[in-house]
Design a protein around this ligand. Structure first.
Ligand code: GTP
Ligand code: MG
Length: 319
């Protein structure tokens, strides 16, 4: 077996740099191995060359970063877990549920059920695998102040779980602006590290909404490129979290109305192709009659485009 290597053991990392790295949320070799030199330069106040050296050493120790053979990838993919939505037909649409090591985006207009699904997943992740869960805890980055513990209680009871226990395993942080939101993903990394060897490691991270702050802060044509770049990096941070923790990433996204659309659906998701290319699975939600909602799988690496109907009930998401 390999000797346990700590950040402090990496060449070029003295106690002062180690502390700065820890403070910035780089608590494991894996986290450093997948960082960019610019990130370390900014957080640890070191030179570019030192940063590159540290990253390379971390990659070697953590066995990350080079080519992998197909069988190794298959092995890792076999570790992919599936998280139930609470609706059988919805799960079928997704090939069994939301995948770990991936990002699933839910976009749709207000009231289409994005936040309800987020709450449901935070409950379901705590279920054992035989019930469609991942035996884990959830992180929820709440940008619109729409987390409601009362809804968790309803849904926990709907899943025959003790709601007090369930609430204890949902780590909610309110994000006040886009920079804060970006920072919270770093904090999430620390929290996941702390909980890694507990009974309920973090297996789900929700960002609801992933784009709202960016949309309201970056207005005007001149800021678009900057906004897209920030969103892009933010989402890649989240994806990295998915890989490192074998976690599900669930993000929500509003739609905006396109006044220039003459045919078809005049709405499109915010963040456009940037979000679309980062998310592994994209689901478009629409309202139907009463509690009924329609989910359409828009983009997926290996599943056909299809639609299902599901319901938002007081006990949660159902068929
Ligand atoms: P925005 O964040 O505004 O873009 O919308 P969203 O897509 O997040 O919508 P959300 O998930 O908040 O859906 C709100 C809808 O869920 C409400 O209009 C209700 O139809 C339903 N809903 C919310 N709470 C309950 C509840 O306690 N019981 C039932 N039966 N339905 C609920
Ligand atoms: Mg919402």
């Amino acid at each position: 077996m390999k000797r346990e290597v700590n950040i402090e053991d990496l060449p070029g990392v003295g106690p002062a740099i180690a502390e700065k790295l820890h403070e910035a949320g780089f608590n494991s070799l894996e986290a450093i191995a997948v960082a960019s030199p610019a990130e370390l330069v900014a957080t640890a106040e070191i030179g570019e060359a030192t940063a590159a050296k540290i990253i390379n050493a971390a990659r070697e120790s953590a066995d990350i970063g080079g080519f992998e053979t197909g069988d190794k990838i298959l092995e890792r993919r076999q570790g992919v877990g599936k998280l139930t939505t609470g609706s059988k037909s919805f799960d079928t649409l997704l090939g069994g549920g939301l995948e770990t090591q991936a990002m699933t985006e839910f976009y749709g207009e207000f009231g289409s059920g994005k936040t309800q699904i987020a709450h449901q997943l935070a409950v379901n992740v705590q279920l054992p695998p035989e019930k469609g869960g991942l035996n884990g805890s959830a992180i929820m980055i709440d940008t619109e102040n729409t987390f409601r513990p009362e809804r968790i209680k309803d849904m926990a009871e709907g899943a025959e779980l003790d709601y007090e226990d369930v609430l204890k395993n949902i780590h909610v942080a309110r994000a006040y602006n886009s920079n804060h939101q970006i920072l919270l993903v770093e904090r999430a990394r620390e929290l996941a590290e702390d909980l890694k060897n507990t009974e309920k490691p973090i297996r789900l991270m929700i960002i609801d909404s992933a784009t709202a702050h960016f949309r309201s802060e970056y207005v005007g044509r001149g800021t678009l490129a900057d906004r897209q770049q920030k969103i892009n990096r933010h989402l890649h941070d989240a994806l990295r979290f998915a890989d490192l923790n074998n976690a599900v990433i669930m993000i929500t996204n509003q739609v905006m109305v396109r006044p220039d659309a003459f045919f078809g659906d005049p709405t499109r998701p915010i963040g456009g192709h940037i979000v679309g290319h980062t998310a592994t699975f994209r689901l478009y939600l629409r309202k139907s009659k009463g509690e009924k909602r329609i989910a359409k799988l828009v983009d997926s690496p290996n599943l056909p485009e299809a639609e299902v109907v599901f319901s938002v009930l007081s006990e949660g998401i159902r068929d």
